[in-house]
Write a protein that binds this ligand. Structure first.
Ligand SMILES: *Cc1c(COP(=O)(O)O)cnc(C)c1O
Length: 360
């Protein structure tokens, strides 16, 4: 068996320890005589798995009691509709468009009400986060929406926007559990887990209780109502049971690693190795303004498309996978999520140095 350094933006690298544990438990989960994949989601054994997962996530993020944690399906993209359907009481919301995912959410919301673009960084290919200290947010807006870490462009909000008292809704798919957050600053925090937590198929929604109501837009499907899932503790129908089990293992791994403060330190250290190299390289350069750089997704280019392609191919042959940038932007991108070991980044930089020397 040999494992590569996987820099995929998602689905992405998971802690090897977690994968080994899951492998050990594959045929017989803790004496149950069956795999977690095979067991009833109403069984006692599974009930403990999902309850423990929720509790561990609450511990890690310090989630206050007046927030619900929901394990849902449909990926992050389903939330693009679910959020307006459930939260647009005045049929009006403010969107800050900092990349493709924010833009998709903004476009989807237009189906359900008035989605107002209050800021954007599209003028410079989403390479920065706009100043959000004094935006023109409508008095009757139901919420302000952000994508906190822009997976494709590699930007991250270092300071949350001034929402002028409106509910903040954040897509944190690609920075989930990468550092501590103050949950109380948000109305909704959600993310697909396949970037930084677990296998695709699960989306976690952390939502303040007062936002969970029966007063949803007419025609909202039962399955897309937060209240239905909150009342049933994520067991209204069959949840993505195996995926939640793996997420639970990753939560335990994060606790063992020392929690989110420690992850932040580790992630800063990892990202610095790569950014420091990019800042002094004569061949490679980062595409994001330094003050808005993501700790998780690091896009870079050589400035020559053919050389980019050569780099990606040679890197792959050397065991560094998935370094090609998103199909819409080209270049390269190294996603260095929680589970990417520091050696992975150190070795990548060593390889980049060699490539630079050979191709200058
Ligand atoms: C990947 C990603 C999405 C889309 O996730 P799906 O689960 O494929 O719907 C949405 N937002 C962000 C920030 C992402 O990184």
């Amino acid at each position: 068996m040999s494992r590569v350094y996987n820099f995929s933006a998602g689905p992405a690298v998971l802690p090897e320890e977690v994968l080994r544990e899951a492998a050990d438990e594959m045929l017989d989960y803790q004496g149950s005589g069956m795999s977690v994949m095979e067991m009833s989601h109403r069984s006692k054994v599974y009930d403990k798995i999902i309850k423990d997962a929720e509790q561990d996530l609450r511990d890690l993020m310090n989630i206050p009691d007046n927030y619900k944690v929901l394990f849902l399906q449909g990926g992050a993209s389903q939330q693009f509709a679910m959020i307006p359907m459930n939260l647009m009481k005045n049929k009006k919301a403010a969107y800050i468009v900092t990349g493709q995912w924010a833009k998709k959410a903004y476009q989807e919301a237009q189906k359900y009400g008035e989605a107002i673009k209050v800021a954007s960084s599209e003028d410079k290919t989403f390479s920065y986060i706009p100043d959000c200290s004094d935006l023109d947010i409508p008095e009757d807006a139901d919420y302000v929406y952000i994508c906190e870490n822009n997976t494709i462009y590699g930007t991250k909000y270092k300071k949350l926007p001034n929402t002028k008292g409106k509910t903040l809704v954040a897509d944190v798919s690609s920075c989930f559990l990468s550092e501590p957050v103050d949950v109380t600053k948000y109305g909704v925090i959600y993310g697909g887990v396949q970037k930084n937590i677990g296998p695709a198929g699960v989306v976690i929604v952390i939502i303040r209780e007062d936002l969970i109501t029966e007063d949803v837009l007419p025609g909202t499907p039962t399955m897309l109502q937060y209240k239905i899932h909150a009342d049933a503790q994520s067991l209204y129908n069959t949840p993505p049971a195996y995926g939640i089990y793996i997420c639970g293992k990753v939560f335990k791994w994060l606790k063992k690693m020392g929690g989110l403060e420690k992850m932040k330190e580790r992630n800063e250290k990892k990202a610095k190795i790569l950014y420091d190299f990019l800042d002094q390289s004569e061949l490679f350069k980062g595409t994001v303004v330094p003050e808005d750089r993501s700790l998780m997704n690091v896009p870079f280019v050589t400035g020559d498309e053919e050389l980019d392609a050569k780099f990606v191919a040679e890197a792959k042959a050397a065991g560094f996978e998935n370094l090609k940038g998103h199909r819409t932007v080209g270049g390269m991108r190294a996603s260095i999520y929680n589970a990417m070991p520091i050696e992975g980044v150190e070795k990548l930089v060593e390889f980049m140095k060699k490539f630079e020397a050979a191709n200058k």
